[in-house]
Design a protein. Structure first.
Length: 462
């Protein structure tokens, strides 16, 4: 099968995707290490700690009241040091659940009006979201920033759709791995940079304005870059443009027809695997810093090094291994690595065991989601890829939204061993779905090339 675009065009679009997504994800990760201090700042300014002080009803005090009632339901002492932890988890869940609502609409928008139009519209929402963070001197404005961001963030799913548009079946897995590499690189450096920027205080009313301002600059820079460099890649619009440019007196010799996709895996099964996997995996991810604090008295700096290690290993795997694997094999390796990590985390008593489990988590991060995205793209025709990938992301974000709250609730109620044992059981169920429910789509396994053909591809930059 001939590639859908010329090699030079594919290479140029991939470069645009990589640069823009890297800018977007680095900006996005700035806020991750700041959540505890940021929410503590709003609590200290809006919720009086002096019992004799006049009570002022604010949005934040109401939210904290509901969270304390939730904690009390588990018959545990109400420890105020967990207020910020639970509030951060609730905001993370809110963002993901809003993504679950918005992702299908963003995907269908890109199928109808084009990837470029949908992406630029998404960027407008992102700019508004970060601008609200810059001026957020109260919790209400900060919450509005997170709501706008959750409803408008479509960069990842649209980058995935663009990557699918410009790749043939043999190159699709390696192209999806490139998107995964952006995640790993951003999560390796973005949180540390955000923490450093937060130490530069410029506005007393918002101590985090420096980090927010740099984040806004990166988002605006990304938007300008996309506006001037990203071409439309939706096949129907590209073909219509070609037909219009070739219709002035030039007789066409024939057009290539796109054969309908032969379904191998149902989208329902792929969506279910994505949701259940992220339900357990995101819960474990969210609980990890608190587990390391309880077991090893880890500071934020040590947790940052641990997460940096996970990001570094994941980026190395995606650059050297994952992009060469068939997508289904990639998913299988990832869920097994995740299962092993869950078992280890429920039993570890040493830092070396922690880093062994972290290596498994890095393997999982480098393989599962990019593999599922690739498999889903094989089951969609050209005119529905944006919508199908949006729905896949929606199911995944539903799992990511529910996972942290459910997992940490079990962690507080029954302890680490029970929580991670239940997590391991859940991932074992996901593994059964992957190994016995999913099949390899035709064309997803690259044919082996001769040495001469491989050398020719290297010269062409493929």
């Amino acid at each position: 099968m001939a590639p859908p675009v010329e090699a030079a065009t594919r290479k140029r679009v991939l470069r645009v995707i990589f640069v823009s997504l890297l800018l977007d994800l680095i900006s996005f990760t700035f806020i991750l290490p700041l959540f505890p201090k940021l929410l503590e700042f709003y609590r200290n300014t809006e919720v009086p700690t002096d019992p004799s002080a006049p009570a002022t009803k604010t949005l934040l005090s109401s939210v904290l009241g509901y969270l304390n009632a939730y904690k009390a339901a588990f018959a545990r002492p109400i420890d105020s040091r967990y207020d910020i932890v639970l509030l951060g988890g609730a905001l993370g869940s809110l963002f993901s659940l809003l993504q679950a609502v918005a992702s299908p609409f963003i995907g269908h928008l890109s199928d109808r009006y084009g990837r470029r139009t949908a992406l630029l519209a998404s960027m407008a929402g992102n700019i508004l979201s970060v601008l609200l963070w810059v001026v957020a001197v109260d919790f209400r404005t900060f919450l509005a920033s997170r709501i706008v961001g959750g409803l408008s963030e479509g960069n990842v799913q649209l980058a995935t759709a663009i990557a699918t548009d410009i790749s043939d079946v043999n190159d699709r897995g390696s192209t999806m791995a490139l998107i995964g590499a952006c995640f790993s690189i951003a999560f390796t450096f973005g949180p540390a940079l955000g923490a450093w920027l937060s130490s530069i205080a410029t506005v007393a009313a918002n101590p985090f304005a420096t980090a927010a301002g740099v984040s806004l600059f990166l988002i605006v820079l990304e938007t300008v870059y996309l506006y001037f460099t990203l071409p439309e890649t939706l096949p129907s619009l590209v073909n219509a443009k070609k037909e219009a440019s070739s219709s002035n007196g030039v007789q066409k010799t024939g057009e290539a027809k796109t054969a309908p996709v032969q379904r191998t895996n149902s989208h329902f099964l792929l969506n279910m695997v994505h949701m259940t996997f992220l339900l357990f995996f995101s819960g474990m991810e969210f609980s990890l810093p608190f587990m390391t604090y309880d077991l090893f008295a880890y500071t934020s700096a040590k947790n940052g090094r641990l997460l940096g290690y996970v990001g570094l290993i994941a980026s190395l795997l995606q650059g050297g291994v994952t992009r060469r694997l068939p997508p289904l094999l990639s998913v299988k390796i990832g869920v097994v690595a995740c299962l092993v990590s869950f078992v280890l985390l429920g039993r570890i008593s040493s830092v070396s065991g922690l880093y062994l489990a972290a290596t498994g988590l890095a393997t999982t991060s480098a393989t599962v989601v990019s593999g599922l995205n690739t498999l889903s793209s094989f089951e969609a025709n050209e005119g529905e890829r944006g919508g199908k990938l949006g729905i896949l992301r929606s199911w995944g974000q539903l799992g990511r939204g529910l996972g942290p709250v459910l997992f940490t609730s079990v962690y507080w109620w029954a302890g680490r061993e029970v929580a991670y044992t239940l997590g391991a059981t859940g991932i074992a169920g996901v593994s059964l779905l992957v190994f016995f429910g999913l099949k390899t789509p035709p064309g997803s396994v690259k044919p082996r090339k001769s040495k001469a053909a491989a050398a020719g591809d290297e010269k062409k930059g493929l």
